[in-house]
Design a protein around this ligand. Structure first.
Ligand SMILES: [Zn+2]
Length: 296
């Protein structure tokens, strides 16, 4: 946070954009094997040839003048006379300097990000993260909640990966939490509503993206919390809708199976998105909710 504020002081780029880029890069880095693990605090990664400039014969060049000559992104952020690829402040300031060429307002930052990543999804994820950081005014946003109140009457088993018949051959990409119609469904993380609406499989469903690039998918809802909007920032335990049995047909179809919340989790690695098993997380969050209640 100190580092992000420092960058803001020098460049006028609001800290939450810098924090969002850093967090996006950290997530991508932890999900990929083709990028070395982060050494310092920052998750931002530049290849040596990007840092020193593609035509620079010296891949370990730390001289700001020759790096600039070769059009490298490398930058001396901490003022020690060296542009060090292994120094957090130099790396973060280098990214900020790159963005600075475009401008410090929202639209220009977006254009700068697009030019850098060349992927709409990456820009969208970063902008959404910046909104979350801005909203809460801090970077520590790791808490979770179980999607239905732990005291409600509910049951669930580990069925991730099971075969599913309806709508062609596919696997079950989630955990089904069986509960009565209308039992409150709550956000499980700090995040932003990325999607809300009807899908023939999921019925009324909501998708929430957290700051770790995880996508949390809530399906078969009876309806939505009335003020819930795409782009809205949420926190763990915030009401988003109710348990239902919508789906498996055109909009409004309901009652084709017992009411339950289908809860899915997906991860993004900068190229693609894949489903992983939410069951162990659900067990953990349920236990944590119960412990929190006991402490009160
Ligand atoms: Zn399901």
């Amino acid at each position: 946070m100190t580092l992000y504020k420092k960058v803001e002081a020098v460049t006028n780029i609001p800290w939450y954009y810098i924090a969002a880029i850093d967090q996006y890069e950290r997530n991508v880095r932890s999900a990929r094997k083709d990028i070395p693990k982060a050494e310092g605090i920052t998750g931002i990664y530049f290849k040596p040839e990007e840092w020193v400039g593609i035509l620079n014969p010296n891949l370990e060049d730390q001289n700001p003048t020759s790096i600039k000559f070769f059009n490298g992104i490398g930058y001396d952020g901490n003022g020690d006379g060296k542009a060090d690829l292994h120094n957090d402040e130099d790396v973060i300031q280098a990214f900020a300097q790159y963005l600075l060429k475009y401008g410090v307002d929202h639209d220009n930052i977006k254009i700068g990000l697009w030019d850098y990543y060349k992927r709409d999804k990456a820009v969208g994820l970063i902008i959404d993260k910046s909104k979350i950081y801005k909203h809460f005014g801090r970077i520590d946003l790791e808490g979770h909640a179980f999607p239905v109140p732990y005291k409600s009457n509910h049951s669930y088993k580990n069925t991730w990966g099971d075969a599913r018949g309806w709508g062609g051959r596919r696997i079950h990409e989630g955990t089904d939490i069986f509960a009565d119609y209308g039992v409150p469904v709550r956000a499980t993380c700090f995040g932003i509503v990325e999607m809300k609406g009807w899908n023939r499989y999921g019925g009324w469903r909501v998708g929430i993206r957290d700051i770790n690039n995880n996508y949390h998918y809530f399906a078969h809802l009876s309806g939505f919390e009335k003020n819930l909007k795409v782009g809205q920032v949420v926190e763990p335990g915030m009401l988003i809708g109710g348990v239902g049995s919508s789906g498996y047909g055109p909009p409004g179809t309901s009652g084709k199976f017992p009411p339950h919340l289908h809860y899915g989790m997906y991860k993004d690695n900068g190229f693609t998105e894949w489903s992983y098993d939410p069951y162990p997380h659900l067990r953990l969050w349920e236990r944590q909710d119960r412990q929190k209640a006991r402490k009160k």
